[in-house]
Design a protein around this ligand. Structure first.
Ligand SMILES: *Cc1c(COP(=O)(O)O)cnc(C)c1O
Length: 370
């Protein structure tokens, strides 16, 4: 029996010739320009058009994008940023790395995105921003969170690293916050052959500052004049050109993911009262980066699927405030029971677009057999 890996090694096989062609073209171009050139500018323009945002700034990574946004908002020592208790390290690390303090808010037990009520109770006089993140397949409750940000006079940073291509109430992921971010690291929905990220914003002044900060505070016109203390978070020309070509196929790949998810969710509908909960169905505010079950007997299910040749993955078994690196920021007498429970129960199934219908069926059959 063939094994279906959770992370497919052949994700880019289809575009291999395109990649080799891109490397040859840029590598032999007399201009010999490898970062922040015309291809990066063209990629940014394509993403502007794709999202409808006023400005898109390509940068070194999704983590870099978060830090650039926080710095451009002048968030630093003495400021607090409310982040989800469940999620990846950059959510808390980006805040700490600009000198500010992350404050953790618990998530919803089913959708696993941050709970607006928990965000609101975490807001203090020091809060400068709230930073919800879209998770797995569900976009955070952005209408409620953006009303909340407005009511409390704090900035809204949208970590849309995993939801590029998702749309909620007609507005694309990345457009809900004062700024949003994308990540192009391999495993993301618009992943690539290396590192990359982007900041998306309608705030022209913020965009201009991010653009300067990504290249050591220079304005792109005069070299060696540093208007601000920035970072090296520049963008690669080969990746820009490659992603520019792949952008047109993104909607189709996301559609295939959504159809696989729909099939899974239909097949798993009867399992809810037998210890396996499928993610919330629907299309609005969904983006199938990862298809995540909540299983009471997670480890047993995982073994069962492995025996049937189905690779799975466990995301975030330990909530951020329980991590050694971030425990010092966990406020006393605050708890994250839903993040803990999700960490103990979630199990992600393969959902990449080039799974065949027969493979998808085999995965669903295997879960139902358990
Ligand atoms: C992947 C990810 C990031 C960081 O992106 P990188 O490109 O890996 O730096 C940030 N936030 C979330 C929610 C992510 O999933």
């Amino acid at each position: 029996m063939t094994t279906l890996p959770f992370f497919p090694p052949d994700l880019f096989d289809h575009d291999r010739d395109l990649l080799l062609e891109t490397v040859r073209r840029i590598g032999t171009d007399p201009a010999q320009r490898f970062i922040l050139g015309e291809r990066t500018a063209a990629f940014e323009a394509a993403l502007r058009e794709h999202t409808g945002a006023a400005d898109v700034i390509a940068c070194g990574s999704g983590t870099g994008a978060l830090m650039l946004v926080l710095r451009a908002m002048d968030i630093g020592p003495g400021d607090e940023v409310v982040v989800p208790a469940l999620g990846c390290a950059p959510l808390a690390a980006s805040v700490v790395n600009v000198g500010a303090t992350p404050v953790f808010a618990d998530v919803h037990p089913w959708t696993m995105v941050v709970e607006p009520y928990e965000v609101e109770t975490a807001i203090t006089e020091q809060t400068a921003a709230i930073m919800p993140a879209h998770m797995f397949s569900v976009m955070a409750d952005m209408p409620t969170l953006s009303a909340l940000a407005e009511r409390h006079g704090v900035r809204l940073v949208e970590d849309s690293a995993v939801a590029q291509g998702g749309v909620l109430g007609g507005l694309p992921a990345g457009r809900w916050g004062d700024a949003g971010v994308y990540s192009f690291v391999q495993v993301k929905t618009f992943g690539t052959i290396g590192e990359g990220g982007a900041v998306v914003t309608d705030d022209a002044a913020l965009g201009q500052l991010v653009r300067m900060l990504r290249n050591h505070g220079q304005d792109g016109r005069t070299r060696f004049v540093h208007h601000a203390i920035g970072y090296n978070s520049r963008f690669d020309e080969i990746i820009a050109d490659y992603q520019l070509h792949r952008l047109s196929g993104l909607a189709e790949r996301l559609e295939r993911r959504a159809r696989i998810a729909e099939y899974y969710t239909e097949r798993f509908a009867d399992l809810a009262d037998r210890g396996i909960q499928a993610p919330p169905p629907g299309r609005d505010g969904r983006c199938y980066y990862v298809y995540c079950l909540l299983a009471e007997r997670r480890e047993d299910l995982r073994r069962h699927l492995a025996h049937r040749g189905v690779g799975t993955h466990v995301y975030y078994p330990t909530p951020l405030p329980a991590q050694p690196a971030f425990a010092q920021y966990a406020r006393s007498r605050r708890f994250w029971p839903h993040a803990e429970l999700a960490g103990a129960r979630m199990l992600a199934l393969p959902i990449y677009p080039h799974l065949t219908d027969a493979q998808v069926e085999h995965i669903a059959d295997s879960v139902c057999a358990f």
